[in-house]
Design a protein around this ligand. Structure first.
Ligand SMILES: [Zn+2]
Length: 434
């Protein structure tokens, strides 16, 4: 069991969204008027009028629409038309971006200007007429996304030969959402492997790894389909790149030295990418910790695949059930193979964690002792599946995801499906030997 039995951790969708909100707020603070803004005022003594800004927004939107069309049609020349020809490095980066984007079939792709943002450094470098805009990329990947999702990027443009040219795409990075301009296609050249509905993205030099992960991913999808009764098309993107900046994820959690996260399911939304999300996500991607990418096996992926399969249902579902179900499916899939068992995990939960169980694990419990919290969440889910059946487990999950809006609603739903209060449920789980 030591080979496959290590604890695989990923954060619930809600926790990821909250983290993104916190980071976004910090980044926003960097944008407050200060020394940098003062420089911008000096560099553009008159500043652009609102009418000027509206006019150039319209003009840039036209250029962005041409860019999107160029991606969809495979028109490299059209894609690069906006790029400053005097910057070979930028042209080369943009060519790589085009090559990478062409690896994905898009059902939809639009770029449009959100709003202008101050970026004094590019004004100082490229002249007073330079301005920067936060740009939305709204897209839907064919076979992966059921609906469009959004991410953001930042473009700086200047006037040259009576037209706007793109001089930088990094000046606004600090204003963007956590994974804005940090998508898998935003770095070096990638390799994309498809296997049924699974899409695996790795760096081009690691294409062999991509093929291996695609096989493990397919096995993981099959495992989820065996143990989770809700319909799911098994469409998922797994990103396993060496580049640590992709999706800007932190790989440690908890207090003190914390614990290392092997992979995460990252939620995707259609709408403003910045700030705390209040709506259900549209979908999810699995991102593997770069340090673990060469050990991305089926065991690691099953847990995260479960989060993807339930992505649109995790918004209001308590963390003990979101993580408990992922562990439940993982453990069940391990024991589908008669040569493997999770008995050591069972024993650990029974002897080490159950005696101290007083309430179902909360986010604070996961931070304080993740092994214990994952173990108890798993045990609770096993209890529900064993005593109520998997259909009832699914019904409970669906009810919580839709209606768990207040503590009173939570208690009502738990009672409706288990016949017990949350406290009584915890007591029953504590006494259950499996
Ligand atoms: Zn998880």
């Amino acid at each position: 069991m030591s080979k496959r039995g290590r604890l695989i951790a990923g954060l619930a969708a809600l926790a990821v969204a909250s983290t993104a909100g916190v980071v976004a707020a910090t980044r926003g603070d960097h944008g407050s008027p200060g020394a940098g803004a003062a420089v911008a005022v000096e560099a553009t003594p008159k500043g652009a009028s609102d009418a000027d800004k509206a006019a150039r927004k319209r003009e840039v939107d036209v250029l962005l629409a041409q860019r999107a069309t160029a991606v969809l049609k495979g028109d490299l020349k059209g894609f690069l038309a906006i790029v400053d020809p005097k910057q070979p490095a930028l042209v080369s980066e943009q060519r790589t971006l085009f090559t990478n984007l062409r690896e994905f079939p898009f059902t939809k792709l639009n770029y449009f200007v959100d709003a202008e943002r101050e970026a004094p450094a590019v004004v100082a470098k490229y002249g007073a007429g330079t301005f920067s805009v936060r740009v939305m990329m709204r897209y839907q990947l064919t076979g992966l996304d059921n609906a469009p999702v959004q991410t953001d990027l930042g473009y700086s443009l200047t006037r040259r030969d009576n037209r706007w040219v793109l001089v930088s795409d990094t000046a606004l990075d600090e204003y963007l959402s956590r994974d804005g301009h940090r998508q898998p296609w935003d770095y070096g050249e990638i390799s994309v492997t498809r296997r049924d509905n699974v899409v695996v993205v790795v760096e081009k030099a690691e294409a062999t790894l991509g093929a291996q992960i695609a096989r493990s991913s397919q096995g993981a999808v099959d495992a989820v389909l065996r143990h989770w009764s809700r319909p799911w098309n098994g469409a998922v993107m797994v990103v396993a790149m060496r580049e640590p900046q992709v999706m800007s994820l932190l790989w440690t959690a908890g207090r003190g030295d914390g614990w290392t996260i092997a992979a995460k399911a990252v939620s995707l939304y259609d709408g403003e990418p910045l700030g705390l999300k209040t709506t259900a996500p549209v979908g999810a991607r699995i991102v593997v910790n770069p340090a673990y990418r060469k050990r991305t096996d089926e065991d690691l992926l099953v847990h995260e695949m479960t989060h993807v399969a339930t992505a649109s249902m995790n918004h209001r579902t308590p963390i003990w059930l979101v993580e408990g179900l992922a562990e439940y499916v993982r453990c069940r899939s391990i024991e589908d193979d008669p040569h493997w068992t999770v008995d050591p995990y069972r024993k650990r939960v029974r002897s080490k964690y159950l005696p101290s169980l007083k309430a179902l694990p909360t986010t604070a419990d996961f931070d304080a002792n993740s092994d214990r919290a994952y173990g108890l969440s798993w045990w609770t889910t096993e209890y529900l599946a064993a005593t109520k059946g998997t259909k009832a487990l699914t019904a409970l999950y669906a009810d919580l995801s839709a209606h768990n809006t207040t503590p009173v609603a939570y208690e009502t739903i738990i009672k409706r499906h288990t016949g017990k209060t949350p406290t009584a449920l915890a007591a029953a789980v504590k006494n259950w030997r499996g």
